[in-house]
Design a protein around this ligand. Structure first.
Ligand SMILES: [Zn+2]
Length: 104
């Protein structure tokens, strides 16, 4: 059997790779499991695509699809935040412009 991380030949019974120390099978590190990837995405945003690219639990096609979905969700959220910030800035500008005249 080959280690999914370093691709070196390891024993079938090994729970951890003897070369790189990465967990195999059910000892897979949390950040490479599907749930872990979702948590990473919530914390790291598009940087979680690194774990998608490396995880052994998905095929190439699933990885590409999941990466695209993650990028789309991130762009949608980033756009929403920018939109809200712009609206808040405009509102603040309006309040300052009409309510309190700046005296210098
Ligand atoms: Zn390894």
């Amino acid at each position: 059997m080959k280690c999914w991380s370093c691709k070196k030949e390891i024993d079938e019974a090994d729970a951890y790779c003897r070369y790189c120390g990465m967990g195999q099978g059910r000892f897979l590190p949390f950040s490479y499991t599907l749930f872990g990837i979702i948590i990473c995405f919530a914390c790291l945003g598009p940087f979680a695509i690194y774990f998608v690219a490396k995880t052994p639990i998905m095929g190439r096609k699933s990885k590409i699809i999941l990466s695209i979905i993650m990028l789309a969700v991130f762009c949608y959220m980033a756009y929403g935040i920018c939109h809200k910030l712009t609206a808040a800035f405009q509102e603040a500008q309006q309040l300052l412009g009409t309510g309190m005249p700046l005296v210098i």
